[in-house]
Design a protein around this ligand. Structure first.
Ligand code: NAD
Length: 305
C-alpha cells in the first residue's frame, strides 16, 4: 500500500488493522501533499493507495497496473479522476461523515465565540484589561442551513439542545431525515431570509460557487451571522466584506477562505466581528481515529473479496 498519510501517527488503529491483515505500508511522513514526483516511484508496485489530497490523474493510473483501490483519508474526491479510476477498474472509497461531528462542533464553537466575543476577551485579559462584554445566546435562535448532508444533520442534532428552529435548503435532501430532526426544508432565499444564523454545509461545485453573494446577503435580515465551515468558494468574500462593513451582517465565523492559507492582509481578518480558524474544522483526534479505521477497513474489505 502506498499512502500519503498525513495523520500516520494519529490513525494508528487503522495502520494496525492493515499490518494485522498482512499489508506492507509505504508511508510518507515528511512532505505533504505529495507531488506527482513523490508518488511516481511507488505506483508500479502499489496494490492500494491511501490518499490525501495528492492528484490521481491518467498519468498516475497508467503507472499503477496493480492498483485495486484508492481509499481516501477524508471525504473530498476532487483530486481523483473518477472516470479514469473506472476505466482502470480501480475502486475509489471515501470516509463520508467521519468528520461530521468535528466540523459541526467547530461551527458551534465559532458561533459561541462570535456571540460571546470570546476571542476579544481572551486578548483583553492577557493585556491586563478586565472589560465586560455583553453577548448573545445561541438558545432559541433561528438557523438557515445551506446544504443538509452529514455535517448539517449532526449540527442540527446538536442545535436541538439549544431549542433552535432550523430551516435548510438542499435540493437533494431526504425529506424524511429532515422531518425526523424537526428541520424544515425550504428554498434558498427562504432559508436565509428571516434567520439569525446562516451556516453553509454544501460542497463547492460549479452550482454552489459564490452561492452566498451580494444578492443572497441582501435578502438576509440585518444582524444575521454567517458561518462557513465548508469551502471558501461558496462565499463571495468581497460581498461578505461589504456586508460586514455596512453592518448588514453582524459577524462571520469562518474556517475556510477563497485562498488558503489565508493571506494575513485579507480584509476579513481586520473585522472584530470575524472569528477565523485555519481550515481545521475536521481536525479532531476522534475524527482522525474514525476516518483512519474506515479508510483501512475499506482496503481490507476489497482484498478479502
Ligand atoms: P455531504 O455530501 O454529506 O452533504 C453535502 C450536502 O450538500 C448534500 O446533502 C447535498 O445534497 C447538498 N448539496 C449539493 N448541492 C447543493 C446545492 N446546490 N445547494 C445546497 N445543497 C447542496 O457532505 P458533508 O460531509 O456534510 O460536508 C459538507 C461540506 O463540508 C463538504 O462538501 C466539504 O466541502 C465541507 N467540509 C469541510 C471540512 C473542513 O475542515 N472545514 C471538513 C469536511 C467537509
Amino acid at each position: 500500500i502506498v499512502g500519503a498519510v498525513r495523520y500516520a501517527e494519529l490513525c494508528s488503529a487503522g495502520r494496525q488493522l492493515l499490518l494485522d491483515n498482512g499489508f506492507t505500508l509505504v508511508e510518507n511522513e515528511t512532505t505533504v501533499p505529495w507531488t506527482a514526483e513523490d508518488l511516481a516511484p511507488l505506483l508500479p508496485t502499489a496494490s492500494a493507495a491511501i490518499c490525501g489530497v495528492e492528484v490521481y490523474g491518467p498519468e498516475q493510473f497508467d503507472a499503477a497496473p496493480r492498483l485495486k483501490i484508492i481509499s481516501r483519508l477524508g471525504v473530498g474526491l476532487d483530486n481523483i479522476d473518477l472516470a479514469e479510476a473506472r476505466r482502470h477498474g480501480v475502486d475509489v472509497v471515501n470516509a463520508p461523515g467521519g468528520n461530521a461531528i468535528a466540523v459541526a462542533e467547530l461551527a458551534l464553537g465559532l458561533l459561541i465565540s462570535l456571540y460571546r466575543k470570546i476571542p476579544a476577551m481572551n486578548d483583553d485579559i492577557r493585556s491586563g484589561n478586565w472589560d465586560r462584554y455583553v453577548g448573545s445566546e445561541v438558545t432559541g435562535k433561528r438557523f438557515g442551513l445551506i446544504g443538509f448532508g452529514a455535517i448539517a444533520r449532526v449540527f442540527a442534532r446538536r442545535l436541538a439542545g439549544f431549542d433552535a428552529e432550523i430551516l435548510a435548503y438542499d435540493p437533494y435532501a431526504d425529506p424524511e431525515l429532515a422531518a425526523e430532526l424537526g428541520v424544515k426544508l425550504v428554498g434558498l432565499e427562504e432559508a436565509v431570509r428571516d434567520v439569525d444564523v446562516v451556516s453553509v454545509h454544501a460542497p463547492h461545485v460549479p452550482s454552489t460557487h459564490h452561492i452566498v453573494n451580494t444578492e443572497l446577503i441582501a435578502t438576509m435580515r440585518p444582524g444575521t451571522v454567517l458561518l462557513n465551515t465548508s469551502r471558501g468558494g461558496l462565499v463571495d468574500e468581497s460581498a461578505l466584506v461589504s456586508a460586514l462593513e455596512s453592518g448588514h451582517l453582524a459577524g462571520a465565523g469562518l474556517d475556510v477562505f477563497e485562498t488558503e492559507p489565508v493571506n494575513p492582509s485579507n480584509p476579513l481578518l481586520a473585522f472584530p466581528t470575524v472569528v477565523a480558524t485555519t481550515h481545521a474544522a475536521a481536525d479532531s483526534l476522534e475524527a482522525y481515529h474514525r476516518i483512519g479505521l474506515s479508510t483501512a477497513q475499506a482496503i481490507v474489505d476489497v482484498f478479502s473479496g
